[in-house]
Write a protein that binds this ligand. Sequence first.
Ligand code: NDP
Ligand code: OXD
Length: 309
Amino acid sequence: MALVIRVGPARQQWWLDHMQALLPEIECRPWDDPGDPNEIAYAIVWKPPPGGLKRFPNLKCIVSMGSGIDHVTNDPELPRHVPIIRTTAFDLTQRMREYVTLHVLRIHRRLPEIEAAQPFREWRQLINPPAYRRRVGIMGLGNLGADCARTLKAVGFDVAGWARRPKAIEGITCFAGDDQRRPFLERTEILVCLLPLTPETRGILNAELFRTLPEGASVINCARGGHLVDQDLLDALDRGHLAYATLDVFHQEPLPAEHPFWDHPKVLVTPHVASLIDPEAGGKAIADNLRRFIAGKPVPDLVDLEQGY
Ligand code: NDP
Ligand code: OXD
């Protein structure tokens, strides 16, 4: 029994050594040199190339090296019967909390305008409402969204969230389902997307959604590039309906050099760094999950494949 690991080439050897130390009972092999494919029972992957996983006929489980699984399920040749475990380590939640708080505060306190004024030595005293009068809305109230909602509430913001099923989170106004999407959006001045990418959520950040947000609203997308219709965002920003966008994820990563987001004055591009997996904490979470799976114990991070996230 062996496992295969697929990460970016720069970190491949590090992950192999690290996972081998954490799981000495399983032989860890590189994706590009897996040996006899019949021996591969487990695959730990980030963005595996299409058709790559079907090479292993005895695969018992796929581990996504991240919270999202769309980078695995978008493979048209994926062996669909194989269970998928996602990775949700405490440090992923911590990092996303930092990212979202940073960028909500940056927009709330109009930092882009202050930074733009500095080269002109302009003393730009902007008056903001206090956070309790700023309405933030989080799309997705899962592991990451619910934690960010609580954090922003603790900072003082007026926070609402939207999910598929009804939720009760203390201090947060919770909306659920398609019927409640409009009232959620209408009250949202800073929108944070933390949805998984599924057929239902693909392209959800589109012209209609932007029109529903109040004039002057801003958007932070730290979920997946596939949620956003790029041109609709550019139009809404250029029309002045939206004030700012902060984007961490893109249809194509790295974002191509010629993409208009790069030099748009109202867009901040961050290179998919909102919450990268920490090799230490992430590796331990992966090893713990795999051990539970192999022992037949419940694995909380096991994905509901029917639900799609
Ligand atoms: P979870 O699966 O824990 O939560 C997903 C949330 O989205 C749930 O609240 C779910 O609702 C809601 N949701 C799903 N589908 C719909 C829908 N059709 N309509 C309304 N709500 C919906 O995910 P995580 O919080 O762990 O992660 C969210 C995403 O963040 C990941 O899938 C990934 O794409 C992205 N991510 C990005 C990172 C980065 O560095 N930029 C790092 C890590 C993750 P319900 O609760 O009712 O099921
Ligand atoms: C993830 C990510 O899904 O890093 O964990 O995007």
